[in-house]
Design a binder for this molecule. Structure first.
Ligand SMILES: NC(=O)c1ccc[n+]([C@@H]2O[C@H](COP(=O)([O-])OP(=O)(O)OC[C@H]3O[C@@H](n4cnc5c(N)ncnc54)[C@H](OP(=O)(O)O)[C@@H]3O)[C@@H](O)[C@H]2O)c1
Length: 288
C-alpha cells in the first residue's frame, strides 16, 4: 500500500517495538514509520535508523496532536496503565480524528466486544468509543501472550507446578512477535477488516503443564485453585493485591473460554502457522 506515514504508539513497549521492527522488515522505508513514546530518548536507535521519533503521552492531548500530524494510519497500542486507559485512549481517538487519519487500529483483547474479564472492561469501552468516533478502524483482538507463560518457566520448574484458576478452559495464546507481525500486516493491508480475533493454537493449563514436562524433562503438574486462593498465592509471591486479583480474575475468564478464539485470522495475516507453545517453551529453555 502507498501510505506515507504509519504511526505506532507505545514504541518503547515490547509489542510496539516489535511492530516497528516488522514494518521495517517488510520493507517499509524508515522515514514512513513514526514511533511515538513518552520518553523518546529510549528510541535513539530507531531514530539512527531513520525512523521518525515523536513524543506522545496518552494523557497529554497536545503531544498527541503534534505526534499525529500528517499521519495516514495510527496503531494505538493499548496503554499499560490499567484504570486510566479509557481516558487515555479517548485522547488518542480525538487526536486521530483531528489529524484526519485514514485508519485507527487498536490492540484490544480477545472477544473484545463482550469479554467479561475485569481487564477487558477498558478494551470494550475503547472499542465502543472508536466505533462511535466515525473513524475507519480495525480492532486487533489479541488473546494472551505466550510470554505470560514462558516467562514463568523458572517458577514452574522450581516448584514443579503450574498454578491457575482456569480449570479446563482453553487459551489461544500467541507470541508477542506474531501479534506484532500481524499488526504490521494490517497496517500495510489496503482494506483491512474491522475486527481480527487473533490467537494461536489453543491449550488448557493442564496441557501447558504437560508441555513443560515434555520440553524440559522435569515433571510439572497443574494445580487448579479457587480464584481467592490463587490471589493469595500471588500476593504471597510479592504481587500487589489488586494486580493479583486481576490475574486470578483473568484465569477465571480463561476458564469460561473468553481467551479462546475460533478464527484463523492470525495465521492468515502471518501467511504461516503461529509459533506454538512447544516452540516458545523450547526457545525459553534454550535462552535460560
Ligand atoms: N495480551 C496480553 O497477554 C497482554 C499482556 C500484558 C499487556 N497487554 C496489553 O497490551 C499492551 C502492549 O503490550 P506490551 O507487552 O507491549 O506492554 P508494555 O511492554 O508494558 O508496553 C506498554 C507501552 O504502553 C506505553 N504507555 C503506557 N502509558 C502510556 C502513556 N500514558 N502515554 C504513552 N504511552 C504509554 C508504555 O510506555 P512507557 O515505556 O513510557 O511506559 C509502553 O510503551 C499493554 O500496554 C497492555 O494494554 C496485553
Amino acid at each position: 500500500m502507498s501510505s506515507k506515514s504509519l504511526v505506532v504508539t507505545g514504541a518503547t513497549g515490547q509489542l510496539g517495538r516489535l511492530v516497528i521492527e516488522s514494518l521495517l522488515e517488510k520493507g517499509v522505508p524508515a522515514d514512513q514509520v513514526v514511533a511515538t513514546a513518552r520518553d523518546t530518548s529510549r528510541l535513539d536507535d530507531l531514530a539512527a535508523r531513520g525512523v521518525q521519533v515523536r513524543h506522545a503521552d496518552y494523557s497529554d492531548p497536545a503531544s498527541l496532536k503534534e505526534a499525529f500530524a500528517g499521519a495516514d494510519r495510527v496503531l494505538l497500542v493499548s496503554s499499560s496503565e490499567v484504570g486510566q486507559r479509557l481516558a487515555q485512549h479517548q485522547n488518542v481517538i480525538d487526536a486521530a480524528k483531528d489529524a484526519g487519519v485514514d485508519l485507527l487500529a487498536y490492540t484490544s483483547i480477545a472477544n473484545g466486544d463482550r469479554s467479561g474479564l475485569a481487564l477487558a472492561a477498558e478494551h470494550v469501552a475503547t472499542e465502543q468509543a472508536i466505533a462511535g468516533s466515525g473513524l475507519a478502524h480495525t480492532f486487533l483482538r489479541n488473546s494472551w501472550y505466550l510470554e505470560n507463560y514462558t516467562g514463568q518457566l523458572p517458577t514452574y520448574l522450581e516448584h514443579g507446578v503450574v498454578l491457575g484458576a482456569a480449570g479446563e478452559g482453553r487459551v489461544s495464546a500467541a507470541s508477542r512477535a506474531d501479534f506484532a507481525e500481524a499488526a504490521a500486516a494490517v497496517l500495510l493491508t489496503e482494506e483491512p477488516k474491522q475486527v481480527y480475533e487473533l490467537g494461536g493454537a489453543a491449550f488448557t493449563l493442564p496441557e501447558l503443564a504437560a508441555t513443560v514436562t515434555e520440553v524440559t524433562g522435569k515433571e510439572v503438574s497443574y494445580n487448579d485453585l479457587p480464584a481467592d486462593a490463587l490471589t493469595e498465592v500471588l500476593v504471597g509471591a510479592g504481587l500487589p493485591e489488586q494486580y493479583a486479583a486481576i490475574l486470578a480474575d483473568a484465569d477465571q475468564g480463561l476458564g469460561r473460554g473468553e481467551l479462546y478464539v475460533e478464527t484463523t485470522d492470525l495465521e492468515a495475516l502471518l501467511g504461516r502457522p503461529a509459533t506454538t507453545l512447544t516452540e516458545a517453551l523450547t526457545e525459553a529453555l534454550r535462552a535460560a
